[in-house]
Design a protein around this ligand. Sequence first.
Ligand code: GDP
Ligand code: MG
Length: 662
Amino acid sequence: MIFALAGNQNSGKTTLFNHMTGSNQHVGNFPGVTVDQKIGAVIGQKDCEVVDLPGIYSLRPYSDEEIVTRNFLLNERPDGIINIIDATNIERNLYLTLQLMTMQIPMVLALNMMDEVRANGGSIDTDKLSEQLGIPVVPISAVKNEGVQELVRVAVQTAQRREKPKVYDFCPAGPVHRCIHSVCHIIEDHAQSSRLPARFAATKFIEGDPIVSELLDLHQNDLDAIEHTIVQMENDCGLDRNAAMADMRYNFIEGVCRACVVKARESREHLRSVAIDRVLTGKYTALPVFGLIMLAIFFLTFNVIGQGLSDLLAMGIDGLARAADRGLTAYGINPVVHSLIIDGVFTGVGGVLSFLPIIVTLFFFLSILEDTGYMARIAFVMDKLLRRIGLSGRSIVPMLIGFGCTVPAVMSTRTLSSERDRKLTILLTPFMSCSAKIPIYGLFIAAFFARHKALVMIALYVFGILVGIVCAKLLNGTAFRGNPVPFVMELPNYRFPSLRSVLQLMWEKAKDFLQRAFTIIFVATIVIWFLQTFDTRLNVVSDQADSLLAAIGAWIAPVLRPLGIGDWRIATALISGFIAKESVVATLQVLLGGAALTSLFSLRAGISFLVFTLLYTPCVAAVSAVRRELGSGLKAAGLVLGQTAVAWLVALIVYQILGLVL
Ligand code: GDP
Ligand code: MG
C-alpha cells in the first residue's frame, strides 16, 4: 500500500515522515526544504509505504513542487492520501485539503501542531470536522510523536476500505454550483478515459489549468459550451472564474471553521516572532544584524571553536603519523611502501581530515540559523537587494546551501518557479564558496595570515559573492534579460532549534566529509603520490622535478605563470581540485613533503592562488549536477570554461595590482 503525504510547506510533513518511517530526512523551519519526493516503509505495517511530497498551497501546475505533487497523485494513484495541515493556521491549510478531496482518493486529515493550538487555549472539534469534511480527522503533534500511531491505523483502515471523501460539493445552489455541474457533465466521459476524477477536472478546467485541458482533449463545440457556461457564471456572480472558485472554497472553509474551531488566542509563538522580527527584519536594523550574526559565526568557527578543535585533531594525526613512521622503520619495511603510507596517505588524507571540526562547526551554526526560522527572514530581507541584480529572495536559499555544497544547492533551485530565475541562480551558486574549499583557505591562511584568520576567511567569502554579483549583473543585462518573479513566502514562527535535527545535520556533514576523505581524496592522494614518485620508465625518481607528475603539470603551468602560480606542483594541485576541492590540499601536502607552504608561494602568489581557487571551476560532482538541472552538457561545459576564465582574469588582476603594492 502506498500513502502520499501532502500538505502546505512547513506543515510538518517531513517530521511526520521521519516518525512514521524511522528515517532521518532533513527537517527545516523553512518553506521549501523538500524538493524531491522521498519514499519510506511505514514502521509496524506490512507492505506499507509513505511518500513525502514537496509542500504546496494549491494544486495548480506552476512551480516544480506543485507539479511533482500533482503528478504523483494523478499518475501513481496512491492508495491513500495523508493530508497534514498546520492546525494553528487551519483556514489557509484547508484550501489545499478541499482540492485534494476532489481527487477521489481515500484520504485522512492529520491535524498537526495540536500542541501549539492547545498551549494557546484553542481547540478543534475533530469529530465535527470529520463529519463536515467527510474524511477521518486525527489530531497529532509530529514533533512530540503524539497521535502518529493512531494516524497510521486510521490511514491504513481508510485505504483498505477504499473510503473516498464523502464531500466534494463545496457550495450551495447558485451560479457557481450550476457551472461546476454542467462542466462536470460535459467532460465526464473524457475525464473517465483519461483517468481524471471528474470533479477535480471540472474545477481545474474552470480555473484554466493547461495540463488538465490538454489531457481532456475536448471537441471544439464542447469547449464552446463550457466557455459559455463559465462566462454566464462570471456574469451572474460578478467574479472572474479564478476568484469564483477561490471564493467558493473559502466560504466553505469559513463555515467549517465556524462550526468546529475555537480560535486560539494570538499564539505566544507568533507574538514573540513579531517582536523579534521588529529587530531582525526592521528597516534599518535587518542588514546590520545579519552582518553581525554572520561575523559572529565566522569568528567562532574559524578562530575559536572550530579552529581549536582542528588544531587538536591535527596534533593527534601528527602523533599517529610519527608513531606509524617509527613502527614502519623499526619493522624495516620497503622504503617505497613506507613513503606511500607516510608521505602519501598520512600527509594527504591526514592534512584534509584535520579540517573536519571547522566544517562541522560551520554547519552547526548554519543549521541553527535554519531551524530557528532566521534563514527565511534572510531571504525576505535580501529580496530587495537581490532584485537589483535580477534575482528574487527565493534565490538566497540555493546560495546559502551553496556555502555547504554546490550539489544540493543546484538541486534546490527547483523551488524557483521561473525558468529564468532558476538558470541564473544555478550559474551563480558556484560562486558561493563551498565547504570543501575550507581546507584550502585554512592551509593558506594559517601560513600567511595566522593572526587574522576569521577576517581573511570572511573577506574571501565576500569576494566570491561580489564577483558573483558582478557576473549576475552582466548576465542580467545580456543573456538573462527580464524580471524575477515576485517573491511570496510565509515567514514561519521562530522556533527553538531541535537538538535532534541539528545533531543530525552535523553528523551527516561529518559522515559525508569522512567518506570523501577515505574514498576520493584517498585515491587521489595515492595517484598523486604515485605520479610524483615514479618517472616515465617507472623508476623511483630522486628529484620530484623528473617525475611523471612534473611532466603533466608542466603542460598547464605556463597558463598560470601570469598569475604568479606557474609552478608545476601548483598546476597539478589545481587539476586534482577538479575531482574534489579537498584534494588540492592533499596534493600540495604530498608534493611539499613537509616543507613549508611559503617555500612554494610568496604572499602575493598565495593570495592569487586563493582567489583562483575561490572562483575556478566547481568539482566534477557539482558540474554533473548543473548538467542534470540545465539539461545540457554543453551549458555545463560552458560553466566550467566560463568560471575558469573569470577566475583566471580576476586572479591576474589581483596579482598584478598586488605587484604594485607589495
Ligand atoms: P515540511 O516543510 O512540511 O516538511 O515541515 P517540517 O517537517 O520540515 O517541519 C517544519 C517545522 O515545523 C519544523 O521546525 C518542525 O520542528 C516544526 N513542527 C513540525 N511538527 C510540529 C508540531 O507538531 N508541533 C510544533 N510545535 N512544531 C512542529
Ligand atoms: Mg519537508
